[in-house]
Design a protein around this ligand. Sequence first.
Ligand code: ITT
Length: 226
Amino acid sequence: MANFARQKRPNNFSGREERMELILATRNQGKIRELERMFRALAFDVRILGLDDFPEVGSLSEPGRTFFENALHKASTVCRLTGQPALADDSGLEVDALAGAPGVYSARYSKEGASDVENNRKLLQDLANTPREHRTARFRCQLVACLPGGETLSAEGTWEGWIGFESKGDNGFGYDPLFIDRQTGLTAAQMPAEEKNSKSHRAKALKRFVRAWPEFVRKLEKGKDL
Ligand code: ITT
């Protein structure tokens, strides 16, 4: 497989001599927007790049049966093709009345290449006869980072709520207009970005990830000195 690395990076993971670059291994603009804002809010000291900077990386498949397998597959593919550290997000909605569906199929629930509107329409249809008390659901986000030496760091987050009876709100992306936060009763699309980004599955996963990062980097650097 071709290696598309453009610049050889020094073996420096802490960013002390040169800030490390981390490629977000996703083409979902909603995820990119949220991850970039959250990284800024957490003052995470790496330079974030999008896949737009790497047109050589084609579309990323999701062959796994779990969020972890898919995130690992996307991150390791981008890391291998670019020669640079990559972070992937595999996420989705789990609806209890649908035995956890759409789950890993969230992006292609109504069909391959489906739009958010089509997926939301199918979800409402599938829950047409489901009363409020059985419409409980959660968003789940799995983050996996892969470094060129083969090291990985992962973190998960969930957000509990239920599925509404109609779309509400214009913010966010995906299932946000149908997902009602258990605490506030607002859909994720009715919340300002800052509120969603402080309590979402992605926010929780990213906070855990950023918290674990310094120790991860320390171990890597220590390993290199041996
Ligand atoms: P990449 O693989 O390129 O990252 P994708 O959209 O295919 O993009 P996933 O396979 O992880 O990503 O599918 C996630 C789907 O789950 C996404 O398309 C949404 O429909 C839904 N989803 C995940 N997080 C969400 C959120 O915060 N709000 C609304 N919907 C979300």
